[in-house]
Design a binder for this molecule. Structure first.
Ligand code: NOJ
Length: 720
């Protein structure tokens, strides 16, 4: 084992600053002549590049081995480089986007998928992943809602922590594990109007209660790294925000992870207008405890000068450098700089039958059945099936941020249905395109003909995969192009139609919902998309996902979320859709979303028979047990996520109309009845008050089961 302190003592300032920089792999793979352009843009010399300590955006084990070998030959201290990547929902075998994973409400499933991603990615040489992304979201216009688990803090926290545990394992010395980097700290998901990179303006209580806890949960679970967000938070860019980086992170939470800037976020401090030049940008980020600079060159260029001028001490640079070296040590890189990766091992680890099987299972568990009036499941006896729509035969279903996942390895719906029903007569018709610009209806006639001929129509609609993800905000949330018009024509020709949806965000489906008898959303399901769709349509799998993000009735309702605060002029829910002056509501569409958080149907029939509490009052330190009785009134076994909600009736702050307290996913056999229990404690009732503390206040709480706008069996509980 190498002694980090000995190495540090022997390093020059330039060498230390190299450890605090990260650049793209192409700078290290190409010849000097080829990189002159990019280097000049960054203002770097080839000498400076030699000291650089970490890399992103490489493609495979061969590249990792080449870069590492070349670096070790040149580096007098033989300090290995660190290789990082965005492994978000799989590496080569792609599983559903995180928004879909949230809907599974299944932490074990998320852990299993994450371990699979880790095995594949580490075989390709990845050592750190820029995951989990736990940005709390309320606005479906933002393209990056696909990367989060949605609009509930508890779900985000549990799913984020699960990913940290699964990626990092018991010890980072295990070569199938990797270090995690929680992001984007903080509140990147609060981008005004859902426009990416936009400013975020939030009160402290919103931040503390809703936006910040998931980052903390990931750090509590042991995440090694943290990435500050691109956005300004209340006027100050996150990477240079002392309140976030010092007060909350280090003082309040007591966490001191290795911090890496987002891509060129330090350089962008100039565009934000808080730094005049790169030197000032470097100063602002470094003084706020950002250790590694991604893809700009303020540290390499100016930290030495800032030390000479006495702005920083050499010890501060040592501390940052030490943290980088410590992570390298933890990952076992000093013993094996390649961490066991090789092109041969990589080839064996990818896309194995077990990995495909898990991706298929995950895609089934993340799907949400939005509506079903008797169309699904199919009997399997249908002789003629029409697959219609722009998403029917495409294999572009893996979603954004899919690493080395490939469309050509992804199963389309058409392929999945043909695999499942080799005897059936299946016709596939595109009908129209799926982009905003594509307004051509000339394919409708063929689609209508196919629909008329068929016993059942599977209408596959959605967004292109690059309509969500970074930089892909939308101003409209309807199905792009003329897809709703296609639905009208097809359903008019054959009402026995089930709609299968693909998207990276909640869509506005108000028009479609009026026509369609059945709607199943798959999100972007990943490599095994089509097989999972067939499993669900044919009833070989029973849908069990529940929405973790609200589907608005109209885009103008955004931001819309289930746990919104109460207003002084609420509109009675039974008057939704009727305009009532001087109440808080919209003239055109009312306040209710089309589908609430927690909505999701099953082929089983679950009945919530009752809720009981073990006491009707309690004190801090005591526990109350809530028991929900759930019955499966069908002949089909199925899974149900049972949720427990609370409302704080009177408090010193206005509290949300409801808030998820806890949930558990259970599987019930046909006709089975089960009691599901939850424990309620005083801690769960706390909120951030005006004296800047988490407190609970004595008084009345309403406890309910059911979900969001459909609460059931409310019971009163008093905290004394
Ligand atoms: C920018 C994105 O915001 C971030 O999520 C990602 O980790 C980095 N680029 C690196 O790819």
């Amino acid at each position: 084992m190498r002694n980090i302190e000995d190495i540090l003592k022997d390093m020059t300032m330039e060498e230390k600053l190299g450890q605090l920089a990260q650049y793209n792999a192409n700078l290290f793979l190409n010849s000097d002549a080829d990189i002159t352009g990019p280097l000049t843009e960054l203002g770097l010399t080839t000498e400076e590049l030699k000291n650089v300590g970490s890399v992103l955006n490489f493609r495979n084990a061969r590249e990792v081995c080449t870069i590492q070998k070349q670096h070790l030959e040149a580096d007098r201290h033989k300090i290995p480089m660190l290789f990082m990547m965005d492994v978000i929902h799989g590496y080569r075998t792609i599983y559903p986007i995180p928004l879909g994973l949230g809907c599974s409400f299944d932490t074990e499933l998320v852990e299993a998928c994450t371990r699979m991603a880790s095995r594949e990615a580490t075989a390709a040489g990845v050592q750190v992943t820029f995951t989990p992304m736990v940005d709390y979201v309320r606005d479906a216009r933002w393209g990056r809602v696909m990367e989060t688990c949605g609009e509930d803090t508890l779900v985000n926290s549990r799913m984020g922590a699960a990913q940290v545990r699964a990626f990092q394992g018991e010890s980072l010395k295990d070569k199938s594990t990797m270090a995690t980097c929680v992001k984007h700290y903080a509140a990147y998901g609060g981008a005004e109007a859902g426009r990416d990179y936009n400013q975020v303006e939030l009160s402290e209580h919103s931040l503390r209660e809703f936006y910040l806890p998931a980052y903390k949960a990931c750090l509590d679970a042991g995440a090694e790294m943290l990435m500050p967000a691109f956005n300004t938070l209340n006027g100050v860019p996150c990477v240079a925000n002392p309140w976030l980086m010092q007060t909350v992170l280090r003082e309040d939470w007591g966490h001191d992870p290795l911090v890496i800037s987002d891509y060129n976020a330090i350089g962008e401090l100039r565009k934000h207008g808080v730094a005049e030049n790169m030197k000032q940008a470097a100063k602002l980020a470094f003084e706020n405890g950002c250790h590694i600079e991604m893809c700009s060159s303020g540290y390499i260029k100016y930290l030495k000068e800032l030390v000479q001028e006495g702005v920083f001490t050499e010890e501060q640079v040592d501390d940052a450098c030490r943290k980088v070296l410590q992570l390298k040590e933890k990952l076992g890189l000093f013993e094996d700089p390649y961490r066991g990766c090789s092109p041969e091992g990589e080839a064996k680890a990818m896309l194995t039958p077990e990995n495909r099987a898990l991706a298929r299972k995950a895609a089934r568990e993340c799907a949400v059945l939005l509506k079903n009036e008797g169309v699904l499941p199919l009997s399997g006896q249908e002789k003629k099936i029409a697959l219609i729509g722009p998403m029917a035969s495409t294999n572009a279903l893996k979603g954004f941020w899919a690493c080395q996942g490939r469309d050509e390895e992804t199963v389309s719906v058409e392929e999945g249905m043909r695999n499942a029903l080799p005897e059936a007569r299946i016709v596939a018709v595109r009908g129209c395109g799926n982009t905003c610009q594509d307004l051509d209806m000339s394919g409708f006639a063929e689609a209508v003909e196919a629909a008329k001929e068929a016993d059942v129509v599977i209408l596959c609609l959605g967004e292109p995969q690059d309509y969500s993800g970074e930089g892909n905000s939308r101003a409209e949330l309807e199905l792009p192009g003329v897809q709703t018009e296609l639905a009208e024509a097809v359903i008019g020709a054959n009402p026995n139609t089930a709609v299968v949806l693909f998207s990276g965000r909640p869509l506005v489906l108000t028009r479609l919902e009026k026509m369609a008898k059945a709607m199943l959303t798959m999100w972007f399901p990943g490599t095994e998309a089509g097989n999972a769709v067939a499993d669900l349509l044919l009833g070989k799998a029973n849908p069990c996902g529940k929405l973790t993000m609200t589907f608005p009735a109209a885009v103008g309702q955004c931001p819309i979320y289930y746990n919104h605060p109460r207003t002084g002029r609420p509109k009675p829910a039974n008057k939704d859709g009727v305009h009532m002056p001087y109440t808080s509501n919209y003239i055109e569409c009312g306040n209710l979303p089309l589908y609430s958080f927690g909505h999701g149907l099953s082929y089983s029939k679950f009945v919530y028979e009752g809720l009981t509490l073990s006491a009707d009052s309690f004190t801090a330190g005591e526990k109350v047990t809530a028991t929900v009785t759930l019955r499966n009134e069908s002949d089909r076994s199925g899974k149900e996520t049972v949720m427990l909600y609370m409302q704080d009736v009177v408090a010193s702050n206005t509290r949300p109309v409801q808030q998820l307290l806890d949930y558990v996913k259970v599987e019930l056999a046909p006709r089975e009845c089960r009691e599901v229990t939850f424990t309620i404690t005083e801690e769960q009732l706390r909120f951030w008050n005006n004296a800047h503390r988490f407190v609970s206040e004595p008084g009345l709480f309403r406890i309910s089961t059911g979900y969001a706008d459909h609460l059931l069996h409310t019971k009163e509980l008093t905290l004394k």
